[in-house]
Design a protein around this ligand. Structure first.
Ligand code: DPP
Ligand code: ZN
Length: 872
């Protein structure tokens, strides 16, 4: 396999104005007839180029014709990746007939089967497994799709756009034709056929049009779509208000599919969702999952403008649509619930997982310069860091100019396939703000690190802040340039008040500093007393910050900062300090001794009844094993685990009474609703229960058992079970068994059971994982189940990081097996092993040898790229 490069981009030699597809669906095979109305692209600099169409080797070419004249085999060449036709006129209709076998498509790319239905996934390059095509996003075409199938088996037959015709073939099969008036790249094509149930609704757009909304699921799941439908309507309304974007077709359809590689897909007018990201009911769905469903429904809907109406020129620009759309869905969720809680959750995720990606062998810029397999670049960097870039633009421009920029972008590029540069240019043109240095964020990989120091002059009332930025080298990028970084800053007096200061001729409580150089000194005048700086409020840039706060200063920020995000962050910093000290003690086999600062800070929080319970829960949650691993120079998983466990128990014992009373105060009988107020209370209640159980109080165990057995909602029941597993209480195994028996008919709940069973810290863990993989509830065809078990296992310290290497070997075996079946999924499963260089030497060596073992196999492009880069 070889890499392709952004710098080699060329416009397509041909364009496809119209795409007419006919699918004859059958159990044994599907015949696809494509009629492509093509012409040479006058913008191409090769006007005599042959026609090279993309196509996968899993297709059988039945016949190909130009303007209805069948081609002979001497007229073209067929390889495993393309169909090349040597001579074609300047304008022509290409007809191409292919035969595919969706039932044997285990890659879940292109047309495949999930349960008894047919469905598609074409992003990024799945369409080429359906027919030969110019499968690249800058080739946009108007699609008409005809589906022919037995209506008894497939009463529902869907594709993009509007249904325009329905009839019968002579042999009694149904023929349905769909037409999508908006031109689109092939990655947005979708087809679904099956015996599906539907729920209908209507959305009135701001201009008064009635849009039909239809959600389809397998028959047994249709009672779980109310929440998604509501979320869809909220999203449609929000996009009209926040961005002035109205929906453009008369119908919007969503289909839930069990076997799906990704979360969901924004196909024009016909979104396809992993059922785990759509189906919800109080009994089977946790609060977290509700919020996730709402966010993903919104995300896919928002793509209708940021992605579909304006799409990407090439796949290097993936973040153009993903970064922007994630930013849009984050803002939507924060408008629907709590802004601070949402920000904390997003940043916590970014700092844990994206920072780790940036520090690993797969580190890449938000706009990658090259790739071997694009599926490997649906990453946290492209999505989450990409969203941070858009957020920074928002911070630099302010709400009003940002909106002007977005309006200009949509207006200027409607119907086009464009680049990240085009997006930034629209923002610059609308605001007059120069973003030329800022654009380095798109091309430079790695997480910038800021080191800050300060001075205060009592006599001149001047506060001076010195900021230095550096970015560590990443693979293929040894030298780094300084970035334009917005730093939102406030100053707080030692008695907890917000201080005004004069900076850049503005007298305000908060300023946005523009860090541009490697080292910059910022001066603030008329600062009444020596301040504690509140740095990077709202996490105004995706960077690491180092500033020598004293413990007292962090406690002050944690209790007084007007910026909710920084209050949380101060708590995290305190906890991280404490944990780092403990980790070192474990590593040196010393007796573990902790300070009492964190405990007293937590106590104050628990006693303060005015705080948002959701924020209290977040602050009380210790930094995760994964986040602490990211912060370590050399990861010793067991040491981190031991330190975290120790501190949890110390806090639990010291505040046992507080936790027990917070638990009771937040336990009330209400009818379950996934609203912010209820979610907050449940979060705090269950955080309290987690500690309370760790305190060893028998009453806590009673409360846990009672909550597990009698909750009327999955959030509380699952929380009880997860606590039992994490705290490793004696009853955990029997609770897991009970849970399975209770929910064996609910596949999505069973996935939760698989994850918890697989991540349980247990000396016999690997045997159990192996049992799970052959359990009747497991299904290797289903990516959710594979992720549940292997993802769960990779999180456990004792099972995965066992020093006999058995955990790594087990995962490698599974990757080798999946590599052939489902390369995308196999490649994702490699992630934990790719971080090998950061682990302590015994583990590092074991991980590396598994990577080498995988490398010796005949690998898919997906796995090849990840493994090779990890070993470089
Ligand atoms: N474009 C899809 C999404 O992120 C890919 N799964 O919404
Ligand atoms: Zn997306």
């Amino acid at each position: 396999p070889s890499a392709i490069y952004l710098k080699d981009y060329q416009v397509p030699n041909f364009l496809i104005d119209k795409t007419e597809l006919t699918f004859e669906l059958d159990e044994a095979s599907v015949v696809v007839t494509a009629r492509l109305h093509m012409r040479r692209n006058s913008a191409s600099n090769d006007q005599s180029a042959s026609l090279a169409l993309d196509g996968g080797e899993d297709m059988k070419l039945i016949g190909v014709a130009i303007d209805n004249n069948p081609l002979a085999s001497k007229d073209y060449q067929l390889t495993s990746q393309q169909l090349e036709i040597f001579t074609v006129p300047d304008e022509f209709v290409l007809t191409c007939e292919t035969l595919i076998e969706p039932q044997n498509n285990t890659r879940l790319e292109g047309l495949y089967r999930s349960s008894s239905m047919f469905c598609t996934q074409c992003e990024a390059e799945g369409f080429r497994h359906i027919t030969y095509y110019l499968d690249r996003p800058d080739v946009m075409s108007v699609f008409t799709t005809t589906i022919i199938a037995d209506e008894n088996k497939y009463p529902v037959m869907l594709s993009n756009g509007n249904e325009v015709e329905r009839g019968m073939t002579e042999d009694g099969r149904t023929v349905v034709t769909w037409h999508d008036p908006f031109k689109k790249p092939a990655y947005l094509f979708a087809l679904v056929a099956g015996d599906l149930a539907v729920q209908d609704d209507v959305f009135k757009t701001k201009s008064g049009r009635a849009v039909t909304l239809r959600i389809f699921t397998e028959q047994h799941n249709i009672d779980k779509v109310d929440y998604a439908m509501g979320a869809l309507k909220r999203s449609m309304k929000w996009d009209e208000e926040a961005y002035g974007r109205e929906y453009d077709l008369d119908i919007f359809m969503v289909v839930a599919v069990d076997d799906f590689n990704m979360g969901a897909m924004e196909n024009k007018g016909l979104n396809i969702f992993n059922s785990s990201c759509l189906l919800a009911s109080p009994e089977t769905t946790t609060d977290d999952a509700y919020l996730r469903i709402e966010a993903i429904v919104a995300h896919e809907y928002f793509h209708n403008w940021s992605g579909n109406r304006v799409t990407c020129r090439d796949w290097f620009q993936l973040s153009l649509k993903e970064g922007f759309t994630v930013f849009r869905d984050q803002t939507f969720s924060s408008d629907m619930h709590s802004e601070t809680v949402k920000r904390v959750e997003d940043v916590s995720f970014l700092r844990t997982a994206q920072f780790a990606e940036d520090a690993g062998p797969m580190a890449h810029p938000v706009r990658p310069a090259s790739f071997i397999e694009i599926s490997n670049f649906y990453t946290l960097t492209v999505y989450e860091k990409g969203a941070e870039i858009v957020r920074m633009i928002h911070t630099l421009l302010g709400e009003k100019c940002f909106r002007k920029g977005a309006d200009l972008y949509f207006e200027r590029h409607d119907g086009q396939a464009v680049t990240c540069d085009d997006f930034v240019t629209a923002m610059e043109d609308a605001s007059g703000i120069d973003l030329s240095q800022f654009k380095r964020w798109y091309s430079q990989a790695g997480t910038p690190e800021l080191v800050l120091s300060s001075e205060y002059s009592e006599s001149s009332k001047t506060f001076t802040l010195t900021v230095q930025q550096t970015t560590q080298p990443t693979p293929g990028q040894d030298t780094k340039l300084p970035l334009h970084i917005p730093i939102k800053l406030g100053l707080i007096s030692h008695d907890g008040k917000e201080l005004k200061s004069t900076y850049d001729d503005c007298r305000e409580r908060e300023h946005v500093l523009h860090l541009k150089g490697e080292k910059t000194v910022f001066e603030f005048f008329n600062v009444e007393s020596k301040p504690v700086p509140s740095i990077l409020r709202g996490f105004s840039a995706p960077v690491k910050v180092e500033y020598g706060y004293s413990t007292e200063e962090l406690l002050l920020l944690m209790s007084c900062d007007s910026d909710g995000f920084n209050r949380w962050d101060a708590g995290q910093q305190l906890a991280v300090r404490e944990l780092k000290a403990l980790i070192d003690q474990v590593k040196n086999s010393e007796t573990l001794i902790e300070s009492s600062d964190l405990v007293s800070g937590y106590k104050a929080l628990l006693l303060n009844e005015e705080l948002d319970p959701a924020m209290v829960a977040l602050i009380l949650t210790l930094p995760s094993q994964a986040y602490l691993s990211e912060l370590e120079a050399e990861i010793d998983p067991q040491a981190i685990y031991t330190a975290r466990d120790h501190l949890t128990k110390v806090i639990a014992k010291a505040l046992q009474n507080e936790f027990s009373s917070v638990y009771s105060q937040n336990t009330e009988e209400t009818v379950y609703e996934p609203n912010a107020a209820q979610i907050a209370k449940r979060a705090l209640k269950n955080t309290a229960l987690r500690y309370w159980v760790e305190s060893g109080d028998v009453k806590a165990l009673e409360a846990l058992t009672e909550q597990f057995a009698n909750s009327d909602n999955m959030t509380d029941q699952y929380a009880a079970l997860a606590i039992a597993v994490e705290a490793n209480i004696d009853k955990a195994d029997s609770m897991l068994a009970t849970f399975y028996d209770q929910w064996l008919h609910e596949s999505l709940v069973v996935n939760k059971w698989l994850t918890l069973s697989a991540c349980k810290e247990d000396r016999k863990g690997l045997e159990k994982v192996n049992e799970l993989m052959s359990h009747p509830a497991f299904d290797i065809k289903n990516p959710n189940k594979v992720r549940a078990v292997l993802g769960g296992m990779s999180r456990s310290v004792q099972v995965f990081h066992n020093e006999d290497g058995s955990g790594y070997r087990y995962l490698a075996d599974q990757i080798i097996y999946l590599n052939k079946r489902n390369p995308q999924l196999a490649s994702r499963m490699c992630t934990p092993l790719t971080r090998w260089k950061k682990y302590k030497s015994i583990l590092s060596g074991l991980m590396k040898s598994e990577l080498i073992r995988i490398q010796k196999e005949e690998l898919s492009k997906d796995v090849y790229e990840v493994i090779t880069k990890s070993l470089e």
